[in-house]
Design a protein around this ligand. Sequence first.
Ligand SMILES: *Cc1c(COP(=O)(O)O)cnc(C)c1O
Length: 410
Amino acid sequence: MDRYREEVDPLVVERSEGAHFWDVDGRRFIDANSSWWVSTLGHNHPRLVAALKRQADVHCHTALAGMTHEGAAELAESLTAVAPAGLEHVFYSDDGSTAVEVGLKVALQYWAQSGRPDRNRFISLEDAFHGETIGVTGVGGVEVFRRPFAGVVPEHFRIPSPASGEDAAAAALEKTLEENTDRIAAVVLEPLVQGASGMRMYGPEFLRTARALCDRHDVFLIADEVFVGYGRTGKMWACEHAGIAPDILCTAKGFSGGVLPMAATLMTDRVQSAFLGSDERAFYYGHTFCGNPLGCAVAREVLRVFEEEKILEQAEPKAARIAEVFSELAEHPAVERTRSLGMIGALDLRGGDDYLAGGGWKIYAEAQKRGAYLRPMGNCVYVAPPLVIPDETLDELLGILRESLDAATS
Ligand SMILES: *Cc1c(COP(=O)(O)O)cnc(C)c1O
């Protein structure tokens, strides 16, 4: 961390509102990545803050163990109502990593008590990111995140990313499933966009293929919608672009609108039914803050805001603007390639795609001078602003991006 300690002068944030935050020196910044993809409804949305305060006045926490509360039940009901078809059961946890960890454990235990205990491996994608626990690190495909824990994280099957070629990925998936059917519990993937490895995108066709292959081999499909869910790609869930439903779906980040850590893992009736029956079939798993009332109240309000304020419809012209500007930026001499989907626009700078590469940080510094927080991932510079960013703020952000690109690369 030497370089970080010597060179980085962190922004000390004092307050935030909508698409902006202010530091202690009174400088205002546009939050180009929704503070790590979380504040989809903007910072401190008044309705979310009000829901939090209302709940806090009444009741902050109970364990979901032999007791429950209305908010947890109501949230599960409204969540399953908007979820892809068939996802009827909800398991709450704290964050994206635990949402995926729950998905993995559910799949493993399902097969262990359905007479197929050898089905204890997953197929995941190269360049995947599914979070930080040891369990989910095993299905991650970003080498720098995995390397220090080699030998400890569980080894699974990994196929090439469809973002590097959909046909090759589909063929590898088919082959891996055929050769190892008896060992595979589930295929786990980020639908359409591999966020943390640099906004690597692929098309819905691969998702349909993955669904069909999972069906053919009777293997579960786990969709990690922690980043792409809640409208980020233009639809409520990225899986909707392909018209498919997973067996298990993980959501966090936008799920609680950037107010509190909160996550959920949704599953089908079939998956859940394996845990019925005698006591030892139960899912002995529960995080302390599972179904926390504050988180439930806020997450419930997020869904109301999505519906009542027509967030997805309102984001459409903004997404079109992002697509337009990023396709223009493809002509920039410093830019290798660009891509966009929904409220995500990304470009790769020329000169290598190592995660630790420095090109993006020059642009970050220039953007900071101009009033935008534009944190890169290696050579990938991207925007993933709040879905509700006002049009003029979005134009300002895209202008700053262009100017910073010029300034950093001329
Ligand atoms: C961020 C992310 C996670 C991990 O979420 P945390 O809340 O940071 O634990 C998992 N999967 C995907 C796709 C993510 O983008």
